[in-house]
Every structure is written in C-alpha cells, then in structure tokens.
Design a protein around this ligand. Structure first.
Ligand code: ADP
Ligand code: ADP
Length: 225
C-alpha cells in the first residue's frame, strides 16, 4: 500500500527580503509504496532537496498535500508532527558536518540516545553500530578523526535509532571516493532488506539511481515526470 504521497505540491522562495519570487516546485505529485526504493534524478538546483524537506515535514508546501498513510501532514498537531519526523528521516550528503566538532562522537550520540521518545537501551545501540559495520570504539573519536564513509555509516546508525519507516537519501554518496560509494550503497540495500523500510534516493548520478531504485522519477525545473 501507499506509504507517502505528494499531491500537487507547489513551493516558491523569495530571493532576499524584497526580492523576486522564484517558483521551485510546480504541481509535484509522487508516491512511495511500502518497501519500495524510489529514485529522483535531476540537475543541481532543480528542487530535489526542497521536495525532500517538504516530504520530511521540515518545510510546508505553499500548495498541495503530503499524506503519510492516512495522515494529512499539514493537519496534525505538534505531538503527531514530532512522531512523523522520527518516521521520516533524511540522510544528508555530508553528515560529518552535523556532529559537534569539539566533542567526541559518544557525547553527540549519547544525547541522541537519551532523546525523549527514543527508548533504545545502550546495548541496542551497539547492535545498530554493528549493523552498519562500525565498532563502539569509533565513538571515542572526534568527528575530524573519522572518514567520510564512517561518518555516513554513523549517520545511518543515528537514523536507525528512531526506527524510521522512510529514509530520504539525499545524494548519500556524492562526497565519497568511488570505492567507498559502492560500499555505502550496498550497506543501504542490506539495511533496507533487514529493517522494514522504504527509501527515496536523490541523486544526479544515473548509475547510482539504477543500482538502487525500483522506480525513478525525473525532475526538471521543479516538475516531476
Ligand atoms: P536540488 O536539490 O535539486 O539541487 P534545491 O531544492 O536545493 O535543488 O534548490 C532548488 C532551488 O531553490 C535553488 O535555486 C535554490 O537556490 C533555491 N532554494 C533552496 N532553498 C532555498 C531557501 N531556503 N530560500 C531561497 N531559495 C532556496
Ligand atoms: P572508509 O573506507 O571507512 O571511508 P577511508 O579509506 O576513507 O575509510 O579511511 C581509512 C582510515 O583512515 C579510516 O579508518 C579512518 O579512521 C582514517 N581516517 C580518515 N580520515 C581521517 C582523519 N581526518 N583523521 C584521522 N583518521 C582518519
């Protein structure tokens, strides 16, 4: 059945306070079924990240609707909205930059483990680390002491903590060396097979998309086809 659906979503931004309005998304409709990996391709600047922020509930569309199963995202109260934010997570291109640079990684991660609503015991987190191919030892390092591939694995572990139903992979391997890219893509496939999840993967790389996706939308000038 349908997990998430965008119906005629439009969005514009203003360049500066008094600038011109720029139409970013125009009547975008798309859907993702349970267990599916849906690709979105398109050139840089065409609106892919904007769409992913709207799908994840981080931004409101100007027009149109986002449905998550039977829930209309724009109509929910704050409590449900928070819950939805845990169910739909974004894995960004450069996760390393989201860790506090002056703290060891275990401080950043402990804070997350103690998040309200996340009831996972420490032991459970070790298990998740192993699932993404990391060892607890990595948590004793500073963010600048880990590689790009390790940062991406750790970001995935952090996301898996909240047991998401949908992960939006926004250029998940663009900053990585070719050999590391392939490892991360294989890991993402493996993880999806084990957990019950769906993916949206955004990439400008058609090889990455065809390797990962069950179905691909292409975006041009803020419209999907
Ligand atoms: P893509 O992910 O396809 O590269 P984006 O969704 O990041 O595209 O950006 C689409 C367009 O929207 C770009 O022209 C970008 O400059 C503009 N844009 C994105 N976010 C904002 C914002 N918060 N305010 C104004 N313009 C924005
Ligand atoms: P991966 O395949 O996990 O992405 P890399 O080949 O990029 O790893 O890096 C190899 C090793 O070098 C890793 O074990 C990582 O810990 C270490 N490393 C990478 N970048 C840094 C850094 N800036 N400081 C210290 N160690 C690093």
């Amino acid at each position: 059945s349908v997990l998430i659906e965008a119906k005629n979503v439009s969005k514009r931004y203003r360049n500066g306070l008094a600038g011109e309005w720029q139409q970013i998304l125009t009547n975008v409709s798309m859907m993702v079924h349970d267990g599916e990996t849906v690709g979105i391709c398109g050139p840089s600047g065409c609106g892919k990240s904007t769409l992913s922020r709207i799908l994840a509930g981080l931004e409101e569309p100007d027009k149109g609707e986002i449905w998550f199963r039977t829930i209309l995202l724009s109509s929910v109260d704050n409590k449900i909205r928070k819950e939805m934010r845990r169910k739909i997570q974004i894995l960004f291109q450069d996760p390393g930059s989201s860790f506090n640079p002056v703290r060891k990684l275990n401080v950043s991660m402990n804070r997350l483990i103690n998040l309200p609503g996340v009831t996972l015991p420490r032991q459970g987190f070790s298990e998740i680390l192993h699932k993404v191919g990391l060892h607890e030892e990595i948590l004793s390092r500073y963010p600048h002491e880990i590689s790009g591939g390790q940062a991406q694995r750790l970001a995935l572990a952090r996301i898996l903590l909240t047991k998401p139903e949908l992960i939006i992979l926004d250029e998940p391997t663009s900053g990585l060396d070719i050999s590391v890219q392939a490892q991360i893509l294989r890991l993402l496939k493996e993880v999806k097979k084990r957990e019950k999840m769906s993916y949206i993967i955004i990439s400008h790389d058609s090889d990455v998309l065809s390797f990962m996706s069950d179905r691909i939308y292409s975006m041009e000038n803020g419209a999907l086809s």
